[in-house]
Design a protein around this ligand. Structure first.
Ligand code: ADP
Ligand code: TRP
Length: 325
């Protein structure tokens, strides 16, 4: 049996190219590692911990699904579903809560960070890692690829799985292994800091062509005159251009920077063209998907059926083990 790979993504906003290169692309590529045994879900229950507007949450879930499918997620290879469509996730969260020491959750960085930022925590935010453990353990996942920021949540998941198995003296849960992507390059924003929706420096993944052009054309640059040679490695436009280009194209643009008589306006135009060319097939696919609004719902429903079948087996075991059945 091939190893089951699972990961979840929060529907936290309009996707930008930092999300694409930093997270989405590798999440989609997982489907080719273990076709048929990869699970990817939209963590809508986790999003509730920050009390979003209902219409906004619904829209973000739809858009996330659309954008992933447009970027090449193949729902035949990867079961793609909404977290909240899985029976048993909330029940398992409760059961795991009953074996979770408060201290374990009090030490969670994500919780401590939110409090430090002035958030008034609700109980959902506090037990966020328990819900995440339920997400992972319910599918008996072997491997869980996540970013560095989720490392501690995976440790908590492993702790809870081990503790449950010990308390009930039975190997109910598989102990999952994290795959931490330490090496993902940080995509810079239009201002040179890390691209992030919190810094208002993003280039949208599926923005309107005109808006993208405007965003790229307004990237701040220094005042080196047009004629002067420039160092590509000190230029943010060049750093972004690299994401979309082959080594040959990168070398060619670097040579133009160094030769002089090549202004930042020219570099921005090259970046805009590279962006449009890179995303053209995905934009086309997205347009097609938009013409068939039932498709996304259908994909998520089928994905949920596959995931529910696996979850049901675990939950039956769990209920018997704890004495509910
Ligand atoms: P944001 O910083 O815009 O709020 P999120 O925290 O929602 O983005 O990130 C979602 C995913 O995208 C995470 O896995 C994160 O590591 C990745 N990501 C976000 N911004 C970048 C970036 N600038 N470079 C690389 N990866 C990024
Ligand atoms: N907490 C994760 C994040 O913010 C999302 C997530 C929820 C997740 N459940 C998961 C990731 C289970 C991996 C496995 O990125």
């Amino acid at each position: 049996m091939s190893k089951r790979i699972l990961t979840g993504i929060q529907p936290s906003g309009i996707l930008h190219i930092g999300n694409y290169f930093g997270a989405m692309r590798s999440a989609i590529e997982l489907q080719n590692q273990n076709p048929g045994n990869t699970f990817l879900f939209i963590a809508d229950l986790h999003s509730l911990t920050v009390n979003p507007e209902p219409a906004d949450l619904r829209m973000r879930v739809q858009r996330l699904a659309l954008d992933f499918l447009a970027c090449g997620l193949d729902p035949e290879k990867t079961a793609f579903f909404r977290q909240s469509d899985i029976n048993g996730v909330c029940e398992l969260t409760w059961i795991l809560n009953t074996i979770t020491n408060l201290g374990l959750l009090e030490r969670a960085h994500s919780y401590k960070d939110k409090i430090a930022k002035g958030f008034v925590p609700n109980n959902g935010l506090f037990s966020y890692p328990v819900l995440m453990a339920a997400d992972i353990l319910i599918y008996q996942s072997d491997l869980v690829p996540v970013g560095k920021d989720q490392k501690q949540h995976l440790e908590i998941t492993r702790d809870l799985a081990i503790r449950f198995n010990q308390v009930y003296k039975k190997d109910v849960f598989k102990i999952p292994e994290p795959i931490i992507s330490e090496s993902v390059a940080v995509v810079p924003g239009t201002d040179g800091q890390k691209m992030s929706k919190s810094y208002n420096n993003t280039i949208e993944l599926f923005g309107e062509e005109k808006a993208i052009r405007k965003k790229i054309m307004s990237i701040p640059t220094d005042s080196t005159p047009m004629e002067a040679p420039k160092d590509p490695d000190k230029c943010n436009i060049f750093a972004l251009y690299k994401l979309f280009s082959t080594q040959e194209q990168i070398d060619a643009l670097a040579a133009k920077y160094r030769a002089g008589n090549f202004g930042y306006g020219h570099a921005k135009q090259a970046l805009f063209e590279a962006y449009m060319e890179f995303f053209a097939p995905m934009r086309k696919r997205r347009e097609e998907l938009l013409k068939d609004p039932g498709y996304i719902e259908d994909v998520l429903k089928k994905g949920a059926e596959r995931a529910n079948a696996v979850a049901a087996v675990t939950m039956d075991k769990v209920r018997r083990t704890v004495g509910l059945k």
